[in-house]
Design a protein around this ligand. Structure first.
Ligand code: ZN
Length: 314
């Protein structure tokens, strides 16, 4: 009798664990049941966003001496976090994927730079939601590291060339977009600069390495020029939010070890002339997409169900 009861107990325990396991593995079809309906705040839907991505930006290299413009920019009305958390998988692929989708890498499933096994069908980029929600919105992504456009954004973004270009050309194309509307008048712009990461791998990721400092100083001039253009647009009535972000820091010649703080913590600055940002909140890569939706005034139950991050707007 006792043995039979024990047997029943184990049977129910196994069934219970199985059900629990199912629930853990399959929360996402439930989100898909919510459909793709979005609520749009028409007062905010014409807001505009510039995201400047700098690959391999170590927080302690963001100094008044090396990056005078970015340093002063961070002192404006901003959310600033120099301990912004990367994904535990500190490669570029997983981090740019989390930045662009608002979910951690256990969901989008990008674990390295091959993008094999990615699930952008289940967890699309924020550009996908924007393009599906707002007919008139124009989007652009200009990258040095082409896998971002090739694997993540090609289907979602109006203008997303996947021909490799250097950082100077990324900057030139960004200027063309902002000043001449060439080839489109873009409302949401994502930029990716890669030469800091390349110089880090070659000479070392550190503010003490002259080559690393030199590339960062050039990037600082690009950022200065682009933000000046945005400041002029603001004077003519356009409402822009600017992001300065990175995928990871670095240590020695690499950035693979999450246990090292200069790798897992990186630079994150969000600037707007007057909006309030959260205080005492520690940001991570999945917070960028929800913050953009908040600023553009898009509320998607489908995205909210799947997302991991939260808006850093108050
Ligand atoms: Zn990287």
């Amino acid at each position: 009798m006792l043995n039979t009861r024990l047997l029943y107990f184990y049977f129910f325990l196994i069934v219970f664990l199985f059900i629990q396991g199912c629930q853990k593995d399959m929360p996402f079809p439930d989100c898909d049941l919510l459909g793709q309906t979005v609520v749009i705040d028409s007062l905010r839907s014409e807001n505009k966003v510039l995201i400047i991505g700098i690959d391999g930006f170590r927080s302690d290299a963001m100094t008044q001496e090396i990056t005078p413009f970015i340093y002063n920019f961070s002192e404006r009305n901003t959310y600033k976090n120099l301990s912004h958390l990367t994904e535990e998988d500190t490669y570029s692929g997983p981090n740019w994927s989390s930045i662009l989708t608002g979910v951690h890498y256990n969901k989008h499933n990008v674990t390295d730079n091959s993008f094999n096994g990615s699930r952008f069908d289940l967890f699309p980029s924020f550009f996908n939601y924007l393009e599906c929600s707002l007919d008139s919105i124009n989007t652009a992504s200009i990258v040095n590291w082409t896998p971002i456009n090739k694997y993540i954004l090609s289907a979602d973004v109006d203008y997303s060339p996947d021909i490799s270009i250097n950082d100077a050309l990324v900057y030139n194309k960004a200027r063309d977009l902002l000043i001449n509307n060439d080839p489109i008048r873009a409302d949401i712009i994502f930029l990716h600069f890669d030469e800091l990461d390349a110089i880090g791998h070659a000479f070392g990721f550190s503010p003490d390495i002259p080559e690393y400092r030199e590339v960062l100083s050039i990037l600082d001039l690009y950022v200065d020029s682009l933000i000046s253009i945005i400041d002029n647009k603001r004077l003519s009535g356009e409402d822009w939010m600017c992001f300065l972000i990175s995928d990871h820091g670095g240590d020695g010649h690499s950035h693979g070890d999450y246990s090292i703080s200069s790798i897992r913590e990186t630079v994150f600055i969000v600037e707007h002339p007057f909006l309030d940002f959260k205080e005492n909140y520690r940001s991570n890569q999945t917070d960028i997409a929800p913050t953009i939706f908040d600023f553009i005034g898009i509320s998607s139950p489908h995205f909210d169900c799947k997302k991991d991050g939260e808006s850093i707007l108050e």
